[in-house]
Design a protein around this ligand. Sequence first.
Ligand code: GDD
Ligand code: MN
Length: 364
Amino acid sequence: MTARPPVELSIIVPCFNEAGNIQLFYTAICKVLTDTAWEIIFVDDDSPDGTSRIVTSIAQQDARVRLLRRVGRRGLSSAVIEGVLASTAPLLVVMDGDMQHDESILPQMISPLRENRQDITVASRHMEGGDSAGLAHRGRHLLSRTGIRLGQIFLKHPLTDPMSGYFAFRRDCFSQALPKLTGTGFKILLEMLLALPRSVRMGEVPFVFRERHAGESKLGPIVLFQFLGMLVERVIGHIVPMRFFVFAFVGALGILVNLAVSEGARFAGLGFGASQSTGMVAAIITNFFLNNCLTYHDRPLKGWLRLSTGFAVFMVGCSLGAYANIGVAEMIYHADRHWSQASAAGAVIGVVWNYAVASTLVWR
Ligand code: GDD
Ligand code: MN
């Protein structure tokens, strides 16, 4: 029996609904990487468009192509981590499966790693020779730039594009970062960089970010929100949990909803009491659903039964919280404090109480 030569490079490709791009991606890799023993691992989160069927049909023709299919899970970062863990080659590259990442620079990215002159190569859209033409619209450009600025503030390494989703690295450098990777969100490179010592050897190669071939982008507002969360968590996470801030932020939105709806109800002719109650109920409902998809996005309540019991507990808990809020505020006000101090203290007690109820009784 003759053994196949060992794989030198594992190409990790997270994909969700990329059925229209897989074949093209595979052909492009075959064409450009002729002097490397490579493998491609497509990490598919059970895409409804049949991505995994297409990968399977290619893998049955070419053993260098592998499928890692995850069922019941979603997420770009965790897909990348699991893809890396499922492979063994000494060199790795992470690439999007939608043809936005120009494969022709791959040899240039890997050669310094191969020669052990470098630990990480980042493909950059923002250095001389690079371009982010493929970012769908101006809003995305602005977001991308803001993200990069924020990322750079936290980094010890000067990089022009720390938010790139296209990068190559040596396996030992990944292993070193692994204990600190959270696997949430989509900024896996940034997380790796934050976890690595200053001594890590880095390089960048410019590339032009192309238009997506088929399908659409999956990076929506929730993913961006998680990214900001990750940065805040890094700074103050060890003092107060990030979840608490998200919870308080959702609570503040609730106050706005309350004001808007009760004003609206009054305008529509409802009495004072009825308007107040309508506003209150609207706020509790919005808060409940926002908490379910933002604050507790990692353990949301699903199904009618769990949602409705959860909602009932949340409603009762928050009403008690409102009593505590008013009670404390009155107490402090009577102790001769200014009313603004009194209501601030009340609000703090209220939000801490509600947070405790939500985290222990509702989203357990
Ligand atoms: N397995 C899996 N699970 N793959 C996913 C998921 C997921 O939940 N979400 C997205 N992907 C895959 C997509 O199928 C694609 O191959 C790749 O991850 C990038 O997703 P896109 O939705 O195409 O992202 P984008 O083009 O908007 O964003 C790109 O630019 C960002 C910087 O502006 C990506 O390269 C990002 O990584 C990069 O940070
Ligand atoms: Mn894309």
